[in-house]
Design a protein around this ligand. Structure first.
Ligand SMILES: C[S@@+](CC[C@H](N)C(=O)[O-])C[C@H]1O[C@@H](n2cnc3c(N)ncnc32)[C@H](O)[C@@H]1O
Length: 418
């Protein structure tokens, strides 16, 4: 769905929501939030020199909840936040970093214009906090489909959204934990059905493969973060969970979804999934990774996609080709170049002004025209020969498309009157 110019212009979300959070200052936060002040005061100790510091051994679920609540209120204008007991209370800074990273990735994505399109995300395993839709909605106005297997979490997520007036833009669905296709499970449970594919998928999966690992003591002696079994344990641990998303992306959705992403707890998990992606022929330049470091905790962001070669044809210049004519020429060139086994066909999908063409069975091109810029994105990437062919093809296309107007005028007039 396209956003109107007025909608874009009146986008008054504060920039601070789209910038990394400042270093947390508990004392300052306690000054501005009474509930957090109480939780903080109860857990501080005086150290040498009379300075009050947080006693880490006393950091518990109640403290985490009041901290998360205070940050959401202060920085994101989220005025209601509560969670059922024993559920994972999300630390906001690393969840926010993940959202900022997705925005960075969306901005570099060739066939999506995040400023003029309503971006839709799928959050697999949204939890009782619904933290990603809360942050993504507040900071960027994204729409979400959010799934979870846990009934209590689904109810809690809906309550939080409802109390913050966000229930229209975020749909929360309960899915069956036995479903292998985690993306399809959410789409099938959605009221919008499988028709509306998301632009990106995100997940913070359960970490562990069994309850023994989940319950083992922390090396530093601190209490474990509270979480339920569905929040902490899944078949194959976080690697198994994300591999299931990889399988669905390779076998079912490929480039129909722009970006697939996950947040992982260990570098080793990320490396294992990267190796798996390569086994599935996802090219190295279609895989990106990053780290989210906050205090002593580091998490790992992983992203993969199915758009590799991207070719940009710019309108304007000498001939001042307007977008519409440029597009006609590109389409004309593609049609003219159908030969042998090559097929060029409009597949009828006309979302966000984009039209997909299939050139040969192996190729999928998306063409989008906006203000005189034509973006051609090739989405079959695994075969290096195809890449070479694509580059030559685009060079030829560019040459043809910018030839003198006379040839094209004659051509299109002929076509129009025939
Ligand atoms: C680590 S928690 C993440 C919660 C929240 N997104 C966060 O970042 O704090 C993992 C979540 O995945 C959910 N989950 C487990 N298996 C799932 C599945 N097959 N499909 C969807 N969600 C699932 C759990 O119930 C839990 O809420």
């Amino acid at each position: 769905m396209k956003r109107s110019r007025e909608e874009v212009e009146k986008d008054d979300r504060p920039l601070s929501m789209r910038s990394p959070l400042p270093q947390l200052d508990f004392t300052a936060l306690a000054h501005s939030d009474d509930a957090f002040k109480k939780a903080y005061d109860d857990r501080t100790i005086t150290v040498d020199g009379g300075k009050m510091v947080l006693n880490l051994t006393k950091v518990d679920e109640m403290f985490n909840l009041s901290l998360t609540r205070a940050i959401l209120k202060q920085y994101f204008n989220i005025n209601y936040f509560d969670m059922p007991p024993s559920h994972l209370v999300p630390p906001v800074p690393n969840r926010h970093s993940y959202i900022l990273w997705i925005d960075e990735l969306l901005k570099t994505f060739p066939t999506l214009k995040p400023r003029t399109t309503v971006v839709r995300g799928l959050d697999i395993g949204t939890g009782a906090s619904c933290i990603y839709p809360l942050l993504g909605r507040r900071a960027y106005g994204w729409e979400f489909l959010a799934s979870d297997v846990d009934e209590e979490s689904v109810e809690s997520a809906k309550r939080i959204l409802g109390n913050n007036g966000m229930e229209e833009m975020v749909e929360v669905v309960r899915v069956d934990g036995g479903e292998v296709d985690l993306v399809g499970a959410a789409l099938r449970a959605s009221k919008k059905g499988s028709q509306q594919l998301p632009h990106f998928v995100m997940t913070n999966p359960p970490f562990y493969a069994n309850s023994g690992d989940a319950e083992s003591a922390r090396a530093d002696g601190r209490d474990r973060t509270t979480f339920t079994s569905s929040e902490s344990v899944t078949d194959g641990g976080e690697v198994g969970f994300v591999k299931r998303i990889v399988d669905a992306s390779v076998d079912l959705y490929r480039e129909k979804i722009g970006l697939y992403t996950a947040m992982l707890s260990k570098r080793a998990s990320m490396n294992e999934i990267i190796a798996y992606l390569k086994e599935k022929n996802v090219g190295a330049n279609c895989i990106r990774s990053t780290e989210f470091c906050h205090g002593k905790v580091t998490r790992f962001g992983l992203c993969w996609n199915y758009v590799d070669c991207v070719y940009m044809l710019k309108g304007g210049g000498e001939e001042e080709l307007c977008g519409g004519e440029l597009k006609e020429r590109v389409v004309g060139f593609l049609k003219e170049n159908q030969k042998g086994g090559e097929k060029v066909k409009e597949n009828g999908e006309e979302e966000d002004g984009g039209i997909s063409y299939f050139v040969e069975d192996a190729w999928n091109m998306q063409i989008e025209v906006e203000e005189g810029t034509v973006t051609v994105a090739l989405t079959k990437f695994t075969d290096p020969k195809v890449k070479g062919h694509f580059k030559n093809f685009c060079k030829r296309m560019s040459g043809e498309v910018f030839r003198t107007n006379r040839k094209w005028r004659r051509k299109y007039n002929n076509e129009r009157f025939s």
